[in-house]
Design a binder for this molecule. Structure first.
Ligand SMILES: Nc1nc2c(ncn2[C@@H]2O[C@H](COP(=O)(O)OP(=O)(O)OP(=O)(O)O)[C@@H](O)[C@H]2O)c(=O)[nH]1
Ligand SMILES: [Mg+2]
Length: 237
């Protein structure tokens, strides 16, 4: 799929990046690594692999600003390079590379945004403690209730956007950095009348490297959800 680009944000993913890129080689997609100057040398590994693998390119950013700004920079580059399908994916093997074609297929069959979903029949999480399960499921439930949408997994980060969605929603207006970025992207897509489809995935906890999830990211999501609803109700998008 020459016109599909996976934006792959990395921050200290030295242990995962090479195996992730080699796993993605099987699917005929372009991969844009978006590295925020990782102190562990992930950016140099990305450059070495980009020189070897023709489907890989790298966007180096100066500093860590969170997932949201990294993805927005990746989206802009992917759109400028002509991608029809723009994907989001974590570089820690929580998202199975073998699911990439399933997300693209959902878009080929009519979805404008395909969401890898843990909370529809057939989806799930593996190796997560009960605390993590409650936070994740509760987060999606909270957002679904406040926003009044039917999507069951609003915080997931394994997605495939059709180009026209990213050209329509106001990317410049998105300032969310963490989970809120995922919720906001999906909500803005729904508000513009696009078709969102959930594709069941099994999400596996990372085994290498460390999580960048923080209290600040959690709190941002808690406060951003009502702010989004208010913005929509007052006609700001
Ligand atoms: N470029 C960039 N990448 C980031 C940043 N924060 C996280 N990432 C990457 O985004 C992906 C998801 O981050 P994780 O740390 O796995 O966060 P998570 O999946 O929400 O949380 P866990 O389930 O605990 O792993 C990984 O590939 C990270 O390396 C950031 O500020 N900048
Ligand atoms: Mg992760």
């Amino acid at each position: 799929m020459r016109d599909a680009t996976i934006c792959l944000p990395t921050y200290n993913e030295r242990e995962n990046l090479e195996s992730m890129l080699r796993a993605l080689a099987a699917y005929g997609v372009n991969v844009l690594v978006v590295d925020d100057n990782s102190p562990d040398g992930t950016g140099e590994i990305a450059d070495r692999l980009a020189a070897e693998l023709d489907f890989v390119s790298v966007l180096h950013r100066e500093r860590k600003e969170g997932l949201g700004p990294a993805y927005l920079a990746g989206f802009r580059r992917a759109l400028a390079d002509g991608a029809e399908f723009v994907l989001e994916m974590d570089c820690d093997f929580s998202h199975n590379p073998a699911d990439v074609p399933r997300l693209i297929d959902a878009c080929l069959q009519g979805a404008d945004l395909a969401l890898g979903s843990r909370y529809v029949p057939g989806g799930g999480t593996e190796n997560w403690g009960i605390g993590r399960q409650i936070v994740s499921w509760g987060g999606s439930f909270y957002a679904r209730l406040l926003l009044g949408v039917r999507v069951r997994d609003l915080t997931g980060g394994f997605k495939c956007y059709r180009r026209r969605v990213l050209e329509t929603i106001d990317l410049d207006a998105i300032h969310s950095k963490g989970y809120a970025f995922q919720i906001e992207g999906t909500y803005r897509t729904i508000r513009k009348g696009f078709r969102v489809v959930e594709v069941p995935i099994n999400f596996v906890d990372r085994t290498a490297g460390t999580s960048k999830m923080s209290r600040a990211i959690f709190l941002e999501a808690v406060t951003k959800v009502p702010a989004l609803r208010l913005a929509a109700l007052t006609g700001r998008f």
